[in-house]
Design a protein around this ligand. Structure first.
Ligand code: HEC
Length: 111
C-alpha cells in the first residue's frame, strides 16, 4: 500500500504540470482584457477614455516614484475614490491583482 502511494506520488511528480495555477490569468491577459480600455496598451492612457477620465501616464518616472506597490494593489482592488478607476476585487483574485504590480512597474522602464 505504501509502495503504491509512493509510486502514485512519483508518477504525479513526473507529470509535467500544465499552466501554473488553474484559472489564473497572466498579468498581460488581465491588462489586455480589462485595463487597456482606459490605460492604453502602453500604459500612457492615451486612449479616448484615458483622456476623458484623466488616467495617469504609468511610464512617467514621477508617477512611478510617488506611487507605492501598496497603492497599486489598493487602487486595483478597491478602485480609486472620486475617479473612474473601477474596483476589481470581485473580478480578479488577490494573486492576479498582485501580479499587476510588476506589470505596471514595467511601464516605468519603457519610454
Ligand atoms: C474605466 C477606466 C479604467 C479602467 C478599465 C481601469 N482603470 Fe486604472 N485608473 C483609471 C483612472 C481614471 C484612474 C485614476 C487616475 C490615476 O491615478 O491614474 C486609475 C488609476 C489606476 C491606478 C492608480 C494610480 C495612482 O496614481 O494611484 C492603477 C495602479 C491602475 N489604475 C491600474 C489599473 C489596472 C491594472 C486596470 C485593469 C485591471 C485598470 N487600472 C483599469 C481608469 C481605469
Amino acid at each position: 500500500m505504501i509502495a503504491l502511494v509512493f509510486a502514485a506520488a512519483l508518477a504525479q511528480a513526473q507529470t509535467p504540470s500544465p499552466a501554473p495555477i488553474v484559472g489564473q490569468q497572466s498579468a498581460q491577459d488581465v491588462w489586455d482584457k480589462r485595463c487597456t480600455f482606459c490605460h492604453g496598451q502602453d500604459g500612457k492612457a492615451h486612449t479616448k477614455k484615458g483622456r476623458q477620465y484623466k488616467a495617469e501616464d504609468f511610464t512617467k518616472a514621477k508617477w512611478q516614484k510617488h506611487t507605492t506597490d501598496e497603492e497599486i494593489v489598493d487602487a486595483i482592488t478597491n478602485g480609486v475614490p472620486k475617479t473612474k478607476m473601477p474596483a476589481f476585487k470581485e473580478k480578479l483574485s488577490p494573486a492576479e491583482i498582485k501580479s499587476m504590480v510588476p506589470f505596471v512597474r514595467a511601464f516605468g522602464a519603457k519610454k
